[in-house]
Structures are given as structure tokens and as C-alpha cells.
Design a protein around this ligand. Sequence first.
Ligand SMILES: Cc1cc2nc3c(=O)[nH]c(=O)nc-3n(C[C@H](O)[C@H](O)[C@H](O)COP(=O)(O)OP(=O)(O)OC[C@H]3O[C@@H](n4cnc5c(N)ncnc54)[C@H](O)[C@@H]3O)c2cc1C
Length: 388
Amino acid sequence: MKNKSVAIIGTGPSGLMAGTVLAEKGWNVTFFDHKKAPARKFLVAGHGGFNLTNTDSLSSFIEKFDRQHIRDAVANFTNDNFRAFLQKIGVETYAGSSGKVFPIKGIKPIMVLTKWLEYLDKFNVDFQYEHKLVDFSSEQLKMEYRDEIKTLPFSKIILALGGASWTKTGSTGEWLDLFSQKKIICNSFQSSNSGVVFQNRFDLKPLEGQYIKNCKVYSNSLERFGDITITKTGLEGAPIYALNKEFRIGTLVYIDFKPNVTIEKISKTIAQAKNNTDGLRKLKLSKIAISFLKLILEKEDFKNPEILANRIKKMEIPFATFQPIDKVISTVGGVSFESVLPTFELLSVSNVYCVGEMLDWDAPTGGYLIQACVASGYSAGESIGNHS
Ligand SMILES: Cc1cc2nc3c(=O)[nH]c(=O)nc-3n(C[C@H](O)[C@H](O)[C@H](O)COP(=O)(O)OP(=O)(O)OC[C@H]3O[C@@H](n4cnc5c(N)ncnc54)[C@H](O)[C@@H]3O)c2cc1C
């Protein structure tokens, strides 16, 4: 075994960052991925705007995560640290009005990845593709390469295998079986940052793709403001994603279509209008929001001014399920934090670390996912580099 040799399995942002830290510290780094090319999901994340992190203040940033290990990692490798790293490799970033951080105009997602790989090229690193992890221990890996099993010794191993959505990118979650066989505590994968699917009595096709702007989505304990999009089967958009956890545990979630207008004003406006639809127009509800309400509410409820006023402030979302797991932005589930130390080393298999989305944590979109992935990779890399 080469001295200070580390294998990183998975070439998404968490694996790349873990490998970068160790390469900078002089380690021999071998990256493996079962796909033919690196970081496929990272590139997919760039399709609708490459939101790499967020300018949120540290205290507000770390509140977005539901697990202490991830909060600690993000406090240790912050949004500013990540932006400084990106600048170091030649990727300038800017922050949009909502705080989301993107590469500056003209820098495409593939260019971010290329810059990162070019930076890594300066060090002692190697990339092995089409290598699938089939087993691991404290000292070695078993990798399947074109029907052949290779047994490879390493002093440290970092697993960065991702979650279970968008399987065509390589993040299949299949490794969960191997972990279960090894009695490593894991939780089954579930959709996160997902749109919701309504009970099937609603036909939303006529409104598919339309927005309802500036509403509030809320439960008893959480509220988010913003725009939501009507899909063929339900709703999606940042406020819906942010309340995924509430839907998951069975809490009722509502829409307030006029968060800045009191129920009294709404009731009065509807009462004084020619009819209820006219009242909604006077309240400046968009055509889409009015059509949506007509579609969701029982006819009698829409006709009743008092009930209608109440529904404008509090319309229960008729949640049936989430979008299929393969279509969602991220997943919860995977390796339980009961199985890892704060350094991300597995409790039951020393020298082996797990980082990124393969761990069971949750966060909203908005740059928080990639930040948590790179931060956990950074922490594992630092821990290995500083203590070996
Ligand atoms: C459509 C979409 C949009 C997104 N937009 C954003 C966004 O704007 N901002 C944001 O912060 N996040 C976004 N995300 C989420 C973000 O891309 C992921 O959270 C992040 O890529 C996870 O990084 P990771 O390194 O943990 O795993 P991944 O990026 O999933 O990488 C895991 C790697 O492991 C490899 N692998 C898996 N199993 C094996 C095996 N057995 N052997 C060998 N290799 C294996 C895979 O091929 C893959 O390359 C988006 C995701 C999607 C799908």
C-alpha cells in the first residue's frame, strides 16, 4: 500500500472536495466512479441555473440543516470559504437578489467542473471511471471493472456515493444493500425538495406550467413565501420544497394566496363585489390563482363568500404523495448519523468515511445542498489530513 493513499469513491462535489483537500496536503488521491465521466449530477444541477451556495448569514445558513454534523461542517467550511475556493480555481461567482450564488455570466457548469479538474491535475491524483464499488473494509476496496473484481489497498477510503434521485447520473443508491449487509445503520431513501402530487380527483392539466405568485405556504410550525408552479399532478416550487418535511410527517399544509391582506379586508371586498369572482379580481388575485381555486374548491364553497374568504387565507393542499424519487432534486435517507463520528468516519469500519448526500440529512434548495456536500467532504479531508 502506498503511504498516504486515499481512495475517493464518487466524483460529485463532496468527493471532489474531499480529494482536493487531501491532494493539497500531499496525499496520493485516486478517484473512482462507476460512470464514464465525473460529476454527472453536479452538471445536471446546473441546468436551471448553477446555484452553488448562498450568501445567507452563518447563523441562518446552518439552521437550514436538520443534522448537527452537517451544521458543524458548514460552520467549518462556509459559503465564503467555498466562494474563495471557486475563485482560487478560476470560477468567479456572483450573488443574485435572493442570496443564491452562481458562477458569473459566461461560465457554464461544465466550465466549473473543468476548472476544478484542471486544478486537481496539478497534484498527485488519478481518475478511474467505470469502477463500481462492490465492497470495502478498513484497508481495502473491492471494485468491479468490466466484469473483473479488483481488490485495492488504501490507507483511507472516502465514500461519496450520493443519494438516490436522477439515477441516470450514477447516483443510484444501490450501495444501500451493501451497507445493510455490513449492519451499518441506514434509512430508506425518500423524496426531498420535491413537488407534491394531489389526490387524483383534481384535473390540473389546463393550468399546467402556470405560476401562482407571491403566496405563503405554511403549516402550524413553518411558513415560506414565494411563487409556486402548477404541474400536471400538483404543485412545485421553493415554498413547497421547503415544507416537504411537514408533508412527510403528515402535517397539514396550507396556501395563503394573499399573505399581505387581512381576512377582514378579503371578506369585505368579496361581500361588496358583484359576485365572488369579481371580488377575487378586486383583491388582485391573478387569473391563474382564481382558476386554481375554482378547480380545487367544491362549487358550493367557492360560491359561499365567507368560506371563499377563509380559503384564500387557508387552502389546504390536497397532498397525496411526492413526485417519484427519480425526478426529485435530492433525497433524504441513506447512512444514519448514528453510524458516523463527527469527522464522518464510520463507527464500525475505521478509516472509511461517508460524505455528501449519501448521509441522511435534509436541506432546502438554494445552494444549501451543494454547500453541505462540499463542507462534509472538506471536513473528512481535513480530519484525515490533520491526524494521519
Ligand atoms: C435537477 C437537479 C438540480 C439541482 N440543483 C441544485 C442546485 O441548484 N443547488 C444545489 O445546492 N444542489 C442542487 N442539486 C443537488 C446536488 O446536485 C446534489 O445534492 C449533489 O450533487 C450531491 O453531491 P454528492 O457528491 O453527495 O453526490 P453526487 O453528486 O450524487 O455524486 C455521487 C457519485 O457517486 C457515484 N457512485 C454512486 N454509486 C457508486 C458505486 N457503487 N461505485 C462507484 N461510483 C458510484 C455516482 O456515479 C456519482 O458520480 C440538484 C440536483 C438535481 C438532480
